[in-house]
Design a protein around this ligand. Sequence first.
Ligand code: C2E
Ligand code: MG
Ligand code: MG
Length: 457
Amino acid sequence: MNRPLANGGWVATQEDITERRRAEQQIAHLAHYDALTDLPNRVSFREQLQRELERTRRGEQLAVLYIDIDEFKSVNDSLGHPAGDELLKAVASRLRSCIRETDTVARLGGDEFAIVQTGIKQPSDVMELVKRIYEAIREPHECLGHQIATDASIGIALAPNDGTELDQLLKNADLAMSGAKADGRRTYRFFEPQMDACVRARRSLELDIRQAIAEGAFELHYQPIVNLGSNEIVGCEALLRWNHPVRGMISPAEFIPTAEETGLILQIGDWVLTTACAEATNWPPGIKLAVNISPVQFRSHAFSLKVANALATAGLSASRLELEITEAVLIRDDEAALAMLQHLRAIGVRIALDDFGTGYSSLSYLQRFPFDKIKIDRCFVNDIAEAEGSSSIVQAVINIARARNMTTTAEGVETERQREMLLSFGCTEMQGYLFSPAMPVAKIRMLLSQANNVAAA
Ligand code: C2E
Ligand code: MG
Ligand code: MG
């Protein structure tokens, strides 16, 4: 009210007070709520959880769910922060719609959210919430013109079972979340006491990998890929080796998942690409080079540039390079992946679909993406010669590939019988111990220089 008073300013004073009160309320709100999503922040989440924990002393049960958006960083990096912010807001409102009034959902920071679910009678109560969460956030989001598919890793700790103290319970939920991530993400885990040791082992592996990068302890070995008809070497696949001072040679299968989780695969992958391209210039010009690419590398915008750079620096013709990617590249963001494949195509490199048959293996990928080659995973080749084996699947894949002008390479061929069957099915190439395992640089050069690939087999 703005009534002009001759003698005093009490109206103005009262306005001042309301103004100040509003400002104070705003500050109090900011101290307890996250500015972007307007969810309770870490501070008020802890306060709320502390209050709820009091009740568990009276026999009630609660669950703490840690929710981490999978590969949020790559959304931010590739589509920009505004799109990332929109995505977080959308996730926040969907999470809010999943809980009951007595539960709390908060944003702990970054792409981490948490829920306190109260009044739990049995584990299936938690499972129902988890199901609702996945249904809500897996529905594609429309963010600033981009269709974004999200998923999450969820860790769950129960009170009083997994802890009655605030910090302990939060730590256990966090450990369970790391466990879900280590399980390949897109999944949930309940806390288990041995998770602590697992996380410690992974941390020490991460430190070791960092040191290995700094010290140049990685090596590339090369495995010949052979034409099934002529038995000539047509190319070699670069396979990473880590010569660990204590543990000896470590297989990439053991450290690549951790390198991917920590983003260290980007540095390692750059090194692999430049080193392998340089090495291939020492080989006869007809021999192709295959390099494995992690989905993490593939999702970075600069990837096609890096490939072009590696080729130019080495002086290697693009047509000699073949990039091996897995289905994991295609699952998350079809459109970005397709655009990247086309960039790479434009440079002139070939694209192979690695480990075909092990993942989701949707045949529709073969329809939508312009692959040059399918590599049939060794788990199929392994039992191809057995009565109840996978020979009909292998045959079907080879037929599809042939109809679409794609080359097929059978991985892990170990016996003459497997080779014969693959040849009769019309498979183009093979790779495996029957011909040769991966070998160090000097050996592969020697093999390749031997009289025009006189077959080793
Ligand atoms: P992959 O690309 O499917 O490579 C084939 C794997 O099968 C290699 O294991 C190879 O040594 C093994 N192998 C080849 N022939 C036979 C055989 O006849 N029998 C059996 N039992 N195994 C055979 P490796 O070298 O341990 O590599 C494992 C995986 O690690 C690779 O699978 C690939 O996905 C990944 N990897 C290797 N090097 C790199 C790299 O430089 N970057 C990335 N991102 N991933 C890599
Ligand atoms: Mg491969
Ligand atoms: Mg493979």
